[in-house]
Design a protein around this ligand. Structure first.
Ligand code: NAD
Length: 477
């Protein structure tokens, strides 16, 4: 497939640079090698930092309109070639075609949204209350932004960082996950073709995420870190950024509760739960991880959910008739199976609702009943197509269980009506709450978590400020 031959090297200062070290990218549906790409050392990554640093001076001085137009062109190119992007996502990540196309479209929208935001970076002008001076507040680009992205949304996590950084006037060094680097290379190529000057976007693919990132973060030319990944790695990186008091935006793990209240239309709740649970085959930080269902509807909900899950066709994502693709690797699949086995060991009943293909990293969905709050499935980020159901009898108890976690990314509430839903949503400790719907993500909305799910917000009006430094001028006017 031509798309697999396209970009395989490091992008440094506008050049595709070949490395001696090589990294194989696999198709998790077949186990086949898709491509052999650059495997950067820390030294090579620092060359990318140098290129980004060199480009920053002139890029930060371009007009907002110029930056906006490059981002707008990126959106247009990506939209025109959306199926190429979806194909790459399917092949290297394993997800189903519908999910891949959905992700590619969502990813392109970050270019459009931030092309609009680039021209709306507002300052502030005020007189001091005591009248002795004028307060002028300005926002200026931070400099070189280092970006680390996970494998589960290889396009959207890259554009959610690149678009606001470029809109703000920062330059970027992007380090995608080793499992899914091809999509990130493709996205970077789009931005190049849209007219980004050499060095504005650099990409470093590597199997040595730890040492490469440590070197980049220690380099005084790196101005900020934007990380999306697990809370475990996020904490490790915060230890490193603390050494240089480096601004750090953290989009970390989740353990989303999904609450179905008494009086809810069960059909609607199941429809929402299917999206909340199964988007990306369950490998999403926003995936509904624990379902708290009122005892009056629990049986009906579980049965309808089981039927809906059983109707999903499982197979390679690249075959457009499949609804559920492969997991990213056998290792990730086995992690999920181990969690299910641990839950069974605790007395829960897991039912595999269908059969998955035997070869490849496929996993049939499971509904798990008889789950107690506090048991393994309610404490762990499952990251796969497994739906644990816990019943409750009283709303206060549901809110208490939902909040009983160190995570706080997103929650879902299904209620009789939006009034009842919002009332419960306000009591939940999460950065986002979807009320009577299965998806919340939108480039125009602030995405991010409370507690150990992260620091800062991406998207919305807030996203661009992760790449801007506030500067205040005191002036006697
Ligand atoms: P991960 O933390 O293992 O890896 C994420 C990225 O960090 C990858 O690029 C990886 O190469 C890199 N990395 C790994 N070890 C590192 C180290 N020592 N130093 C520097 N970089 C390192 O996470 P993952 O398994 O790729 O992704 C799944 C996790 O990401 C889940 O916890 C999920 O909830 C989270 N996630 C969060 C969001 C969000 O917006 N909050 C979005 C998607 C995924």
């Amino acid at each position: 497939m031509a798309i697999l031959q396209a970009r395989r090297e490091l992008l440094i200062g506008g050049e595709w640079v070949r490395t001696t070290g090589r990294l194989e990218v696999h198709d998790p549906a077949t186990g086949e090698v898709l491509a052999d790409i650059a495997d950067a050392t820390a030294q090579e990554a620092l060359q990318a930092v140098g290129a980004a640093h060199d480009a920053f001076g002139s890029w930060s001085q371009t007009s907002a309109r110029q930056r906006a137009e490059i981002l707008r062109r990126s959106f247009e190119i990506m939209t025109a070639e959306i199926e190429d992007c979806a194909r790459l996502i399917c092949l290297e990540n394993g997800k189903a075609w519908g999910d891949a196309l959905g992700e590619a479209t969502y990813a392109a929208e970050f270019f459009r949204w931030f092309s609009e935001e680039a021209c709306r970076i507002a300052g502030d002008f005020r007189y001091a209350p005591n009248g002795d001076k004028t307060i002028i507040v300005d926002h200026r680009p931070m400099g070189v932004a280092y970006m680390i992205t996970p494998w589960n949304f290889p396009a959207a996590m890259a554009t959610r960082k690149l678009a606001p950084a470029l809109a703000a006037g920062c330059t970027a060094v992007l380090k995608p996950a080793a499992e899914t680097p091809l999509t990130a290379l493709w996205v970077a190529d789009v931005v190049q073709r849209a007219g980004a000057p050499a060095g504005v976007v650099n990409v470093v693919t590597t199997s040595q995420a730890g040492p490469v990132s440590e070197a980049v973060l220690a380099d005084p030319r790196t101005a900020t870190l934007s990380f999306t990944g697990s809370t475990y790695v996020g904490k490790l990186l915060l230890g490193q950024t603390a050494r240089r008091v480096l601004p750090s935006s953290m989009e970390l793990g989740g353990n989303a509760p999904l609450i179905v209240l008494e009086g809810t239309d069960v059909g609607r709740a199941v429809e929402g739960a299917m999206v909340a649970k199964m988007r990306n085959g369950g490998s999403a930080c926003t995936a509904a991880n624990r379902m708290y269902v009122h005892e009056s509807v629990a049986e009906n909900f579980s049965e309808q959910l089981q039927t809906a899950l059983a109707s999903l066709r499982i197979g390679p994502g690249i075959d457009r008739t499949n609804d559920l693709g492969a997991m990213v690797s056998l290792k990730e699949r086995d992690k999920v199976l181990d969690l299910v086995a641990a839950a069974e060991g605790e007395g829960a009943q897991a039912v595999a609702v269908s059969q998955a293909p035997v070869s490849g990293a496929f996993l049939a969905p499971r509904v798990v009943r008889g789950v107690e709050h506090g048991s393994v499935l309610t404490r762990s980020e499952i990251f796969g197509p497994v739906a644990p159901i816990v019943t409750f009898s009283d709303t206060d108890e549901a809110v208490r269980m939902a909040n009983d976690t160190e995570y706080g990314l997103i929650s879902y509430v299904f209620a009789r009506d939006n009034g009842q839903g919002i009332e419960v949503a306000r009591r939940l400790e999460s950065g986002m709450v979807a009320v009577n719907r299965g998806v919340a993500s939108d480039p125009a909305a602030p995405f991010g978590g409370m507690k150990e799910s992260g620091l800062g917000r991406e998207g919305g009006f807030a996203g661009i400020h992760e790449f801007l430094e506030t500067q205040y001028f005191a002036v006697d006017l």
